[in-house]
Design a protein around this ligand. Sequence first.
Ligand SMILES: *Cc1c(COP(=O)(O)O)cnc(C)c1O
Length: 234
Amino acid sequence: MNQISQHLTQIRQRIAAACRRAGRQPEQVTILAATKTRSVREVRAAVEAGISHVGENYVQELLTKKEHLDQAGHTDVAWHVIGHLQRNKVKYVASFCHLIQSVDSIRIAREISKRARQADRTQPVLIEVNISGEDTKFGIRPEEVAQLAAQVVQLDNIQLQGLMTMPPYSDDPEDSRPHFQKLAALSQQLTDGGLPPATMRHLSMGMSGDYEVAVEEGAAIVRLGTVLFGRRED
Ligand SMILES: *Cc1c(COP(=O)(O)O)cnc(C)c1O
């Protein structure tokens, strides 16, 4: 499991290099471990190697992993939902989640606000944008984001903090660059259109194959599975 520490060291070096190229500071980039299909042991090893943000695609897996990590004394992990969230699952996460990154409808946003209110808190969220327009992806179309953002900021117990995207898979990280640039431009447009800059402060973009490009284009959160844990054995 020592491997994860080595991977993390390399990732941090690469992020630092990308930051230097872009005139950014490494502290502006959060490394999130994307843990779908990874075992509790692997997640714990990542946390013990220095990871403090963990993102899960599936609510049940998130709850199981959180319970194990809590029991192991890692109660300070920031948990993120990064997969499509069903309305009937919101109640399990809106009481503690650090950031729900996959809001793609006003319906889901209303449910999050309602459940966060019941837990007496405000839930930070990102809007997931289908930036490339691929049919198969979750997220809303870029031209719908302004309207959804305007509705979301009206809700009491939800706090919009930015945008998330997942470009189409490609072997060439440069293929992702225009998508990341589009997400950054969209975020800027929303700010210019009147949303407070604090609302749009996080861009969650970049995965194992393209996170250095994402950092160059302004990513605040990179979501890493394969480069951190190694190839999945499935
Ligand atoms: C799986 C996944 C990741 C990480 O993917 P890797 O290519 O393994 O780094 C990031 N974000 C989301 C939403 C994912 O589902």
